[in-house]
Design a protein around this ligand. Structure first.
Ligand code: A2P
Length: 274
């Protein structure tokens, strides 16, 4: 296995196990440069969202890289306000336009806008059936949000992208998703960088001659997750790919689980205000 290896999702589509996250990587130009660097390093999976306001820069980088569209895995997301306004389908088309592509690999509902979950999922179904997104899924969905979809649709979300890191290990939600064959995909794996100075992680990582970032990513990989770490820095992007030459012991996996503190850096899916 290496960083371009893929994993089969519940509809048979293969997703690269490592992608580049792009939230707050910078403006369109900074994002353009970061994505070009990532593609040059061999990354083929890029994660964005309409709300990141960087799809245009990503589209330009994809085009300028010269990499065949079919070799890329591009994810973007449906924003909350577009759900509230019933503007889901048009918002999707605007994302395609900004990205300069005629389909995406994965389209996700960004947050569970409670009164719109079923309505938005019906539009995800349409987009999927039309072949305009090869995979559809959700982000920040708790178990009862997922159950609302199950009650209304035969189409299972393929992915749930959720805040998850050693201080928010998400064991219950991740196990639930695994049981339903919904791929778990952590966001902010480094706790917005805050975990990278943690003494315990630093000491555990040094046993493997790895950095805390590499240890966290490997802990996620060994849990069966898809990793999408963000970095604007070429050296750190490369470092984040170098996680396939060591195995975290069961004891150390458990030690990292033991760091769980229920600590969120982002909003709670029940109380977000945006
Ligand atoms: P940078 O872009 O300068 O590399 P999270 O994904 O938890 O939100 O954390 C993202 C932060 O982690 C970014 O500020 C990013 O900064 C930093 N980062 C990404 N990869 C690494 C790494 N391998 N080592 C140290 N910091 C990293």
């Amino acid at each position: 296995m290496n960083f371009t290896s893929t994993k089969k999702l519940n509809n048979g589509v293969e997703i690269p196990v490592l992608g580049l996250g792009t939230y707050q990587i910078g403006d369109e130009t900074a994002t353009y440069n970061a994505v070009l660097n990532a593609l040059d390093l061999g990354y083929r999976h890029i994660d964005t969202a309409a709300a990141y306001h960087n799809e245009t820069g990503i589209g330009k980088a994809i085009k300028d890289s010269g990499i065949k569209r079919g070799d890329l895995f591009i994810t973007t997301k449906l924003w909350n306000e577009d759900q509230r306004q019933g503007n889901q389908y048009a918002a999707f088309e605007e994302s395609l336009e900004r990205l300069g592509v005629d389909y995406v690999d994965m389209y996700l509902i960004h947050w569970p806008v409670r009164e719109k979950i079923v309505e938005s999922w019906k539009i995800m179904e349409r987009i999927y059936k039309e072949g305009r997104s090869r995979v559809v899924g959700v982000c920040n969905f708790l178990i009862y949000h997922l159950e609302e979809i199950f009650a209304a649709s035969d189409l299972l979300p393929a992915v749930n992208q959720v805040e998850c890191h050693p201080w928010l290990t998400q064991a219950e939600l991740a196990d639930y998703c695994a049981g339903k064959n919904i791929q778990f995909e952590p966001w902010s794996p480094f706790g917005v960088g805050a975990l990278l100075g943690d003494e315990k992680l630093t000491s555990l990582a040094s046993k493997y001659d790895k950095t805390p970032a590499q240890l966290i990513l490997k802990w996620g990989l060994q849990r069966g997750f898809i990793n999408i770490p963000k970095s604007a820095n070429r050296d750190r992007m490369l470092q984040n790919t170098q996680i396939f030459d060591f195995t975290v012991t069961d004891e150390d996996m458990a030690a990292i689980f033991g760091m769980n503190a229920g600590k969120r850096f982002g909003a709670h899916p029940d109380t977000f205000t945006f």
